[in-house]
Design a protein around this ligand. Sequence first.
Ligand code: ADP
Ligand code: MG
Length: 337
Amino acid sequence: ESLINRIAAGEIIHRPASALKELLENSLDAGATAIRVTVKDGGLKLLQIQDNGCGIRQSDLPILAERFTTSKLSTFSDLSKLTTYGFRGEALASISHVAHLSVVTKTKTSACAHKAHYSDGKLVPAQPGQSEEPKPCAGNDGTTITIENLFFNTPTRLSALRNTSDEYARILDVLTKYAIHNAKVSFSCKKAGSSSPDLSTPSASTTRQAIKMLYGHSIEKDLLQATVNESANNSKVWSSEVYFTSANYQAKKMIFLLFINSRLVESSRIKRAIENVYSGILPKGAAPFVYLSIKIDPRSVDVNVHPTKKEVHFLDEEEITTQICDSLQAKIAEGSH
Ligand code: ADP
Ligand code: MG
């Protein structure tokens, strides 16, 4: 049974960066305004994320890492109305099957923090022979999740992830993208033992400031912005916000950030459509920066698609993509006069 769980967990947690993505989404769901990440050996030895969000109630700790434990669904029909990132309650459970997981958390109303350790979905003692009961400890409001020895029990997976600097680069990439999308939240990331962070953003930035800080002045100075949306009966059916570079900006490789309902996703169809817009504008071999955030009725997104499928699909995808691309095209043409 534990082998099956381990395999299932590997479908959700592919590598340190995918664990980080889940943890980031949990912290953002919890309303965090500051998120600190600490990494050792590309996240394989240690991946720790500290937030100042709402915390987890002590009474919820025993079942936290059980599959389908989620505070984000109260009834089955809620599935169709989800607006938060998480909905399956599988992330922490999965992580506990392929790593040593521990949690320190405190809600505003709790007198102190509590620390709990998990393995294979269940509470376990910190040391053999001790009780598995979460222990009171000192701690600020919020949650710190610590993942150690990721994939220690799946040697094949582990040996496929030998390049720790590549894993660290992926962690920084995910973090950078979430920092753009959540410009008001402050993020930092550092290697364990290092005093200077490799990524650090202040709180309360604008999207434009965040892009400048994380992707550089050369992008920011050629950055255009568009808001494209569709409304019916006085209410918005969908809306999108795009930051994209003008014809003056020419990178070697396209930087494309796509968020749908605030979740970082991939869509080769949307990417290709945007590449097409630029292929008529940029010289051969030149590529743009594009950050696109789409908000749609959660009922129209295929949220229940298996987590291994990175590609997202949603209703009216083609029409929405066309409208966004038309708007980009017009703005870029306008900007080059
Ligand atoms: P999901 O996000 O799909 O609900 P997870 O396994 O990612 O499932 O998390 C399980 C539950 O643990 C969440 O529903 C939430 O109640 C709680 N949780 C996890 N991380 C945090 C956090 N950083 N702050 C507050 N609560 C959290
Ligand atoms: Mg989650």
